[in-house]
Design a protein around this ligand. Structure first.
Ligand code: PLP
Length: 403
């Protein structure tokens, strides 16, 4: 069997060999505790500090504003719970959206169980959260607005600069979950009114189990993890030096190669869109055509939404790793996607999408192999009774696809 073609980079990305190279010494002979006073400890501390500088450079912030965590999920939890718990006893209202990752949604539900009021903003059929809806949701007691930078299911990029401005004008803090966007879209936090921003190393060719939270200087958060006081007391625990070195190097590479990489990814993505629109009658794109991450596609096939898992498994058999757009974890793969339900899709359609996400390591040859396999596969899974209707469907949907 030919090597697997990996087209599931929104789930996780392969470790860049340059990142692995930077991490290698810290997984072997170099192993000091960054809090130790001896030479090996000081060497580890220097490595952690260097990583902090590299992550800060990616976001254009001060290194002292970066708090390392064990994941994007933990960064989101620290942002939300840490903000709310930093001012106990005051009435508290948080605004988020219905399409956030569970790392934010479930944390909001936790906060609701402990007395915080939460408003979940809807999104349009293009997957975008409206600034006007945010403006209308703001109240005097709104302490925090948390809206993701780019959605993990659709790849749709949110108008976060405008959303952040509205939060600030109304006296609230603004957090963005940039786990999908960091390293793919430029961030200049000195120029943008963001207070908190989460990232995760494994979405930008770094290691799994490492994340970071940008915390604007002067902002007070209540820590979630208590102990030896590492990370300015905000995240106690002995630092995972190898992981942090990996995050730092991954951030450095992403920062220096982002523009060239975007050109490569957009070319591959648009080749996928054009070919699929031409050769698969009834195919449609989920989410805004242009406001999307460079390498991210979420697709539906009209009349075949019930076959999405079959399609995914058939592609897997043929050596292509893609994902169902409906869920971020396998146990929920056959449930309708709450993101697509929020966009106004019915339950059947919301169960039946295919997510194809590219990275710097994907080649035009891989995309071409995928494009050879996908159209006949979709045709073969189409129920015989509906095959005749498909060209008719494509006339409408191809137009939607390209709009
Ligand atoms: N936020 C978004 C938008 C994500 O896509 C993910 C992971 O898929 C997370 C948060 C969680 O990050 P991590 O896997 O590092 O916990």
């Amino acid at each position: 069997m030919a090597a697997q073609v990996y087209l599931d980079n929104a789930a996780t990305t392969p470790l860049d060999p340059r990142v692995a190279e930077a991490m290698r010494p810290w997984l072997g002979e170099t192993f000091g505790n960054a809090s130790s006073l001896h030479a090996m400890g000081r060497q580890a501390r220097q490595a952690v500090d260097e990583s902090r500088r590299q992550v800060a450079a990616l976001l254009n912030v001060d290194p002292g504003e970066i708090v390392f965590t064990a994941s994007g999920t933990e960064a989101d939890n620290l942002a939300l719970v840490g903000t709310v718990q930093a001012s106990p006893g005051r009435p508290c209202h948080v605004v988020t959206s219905q399409i956030e990752h569970p790392a934010v949604l479930e944390t909001c539900r936790y906060l609701e169980r402990h007395g915080t009021e939460v408003t979940y903003l809807p999104c349009g059929e293009d997957g975008i959260v409206s600034p006007l809806a945010l403006r209308n949701a703001m109240r005097p007691v709104t302490r925090l607005v948390s809206i993701m930078a780019a959605n993990n299911v659709t790849g749709v990029v949110q108008p976060i600069a405008e959303l952040a401005r509205i939060a600030r004008e109304n006296g609230a803090l603004f957090h963005t979950d940039a786990v999908q966007a960091a390293g793919k879209l430029p961030f200049d936090l000195r120029a943008q009114p963001f207070d908190l921003l989460s990232i995760s190393a494994h979405k930008l060719h770094g290691p799994q189990g490492v994340g970071a939270l940008y915390v604007r200087s002067g902002l007070k958060l209540e820590p979630l993890v208590h102990g030896g006081g590492q990370e300015q007391g905000l995240r106690s625990a002995t630092e995972f030096v190898a992981g942090l070195v990996g995050l730092g190097r991954a951030a450095e590479i992403a920062g220096s190669e982002m523009s060239a990489e975007a050109v490569h990814l957009i070319a591959l993505r648009d080749r996928l869109i054009e070919t699929i629109a031409t050769h698969i009658p009834g195919a449609y794109l989920i989410g805004h055509r242009h406001r999307r991450l460079p390498g991210h596609l979420c697709l539906g096939f009209a009349g075949q939404e019930g076959e999405a898992i079959k399609l995914l498994l058939a592609l897997d058999e043929l050596g292509f790793a893609v994902s169902s757009g409906s869920a971020c974890s396998a146990p929920h793969a056959s449930e309708p996607s709450y993101v697509m339900l929020a966009m106004g899709f019915d339950a059947l359609k919301a169960r039946g999408s295919l997510r194809v996400t590219l990275s710097r390591f994907n080649t035009a040859a891989e995309v071409d192999r995928f494009l050879e396999v996908l159209p006949p596969l979709v045709r073969s899974l189409r129920p015989v009774s509906t095959r005749a209707q498909a060209p008719h469907l494509s006339l409408n949907l191809t137009r939607t696809f390209k709009s």
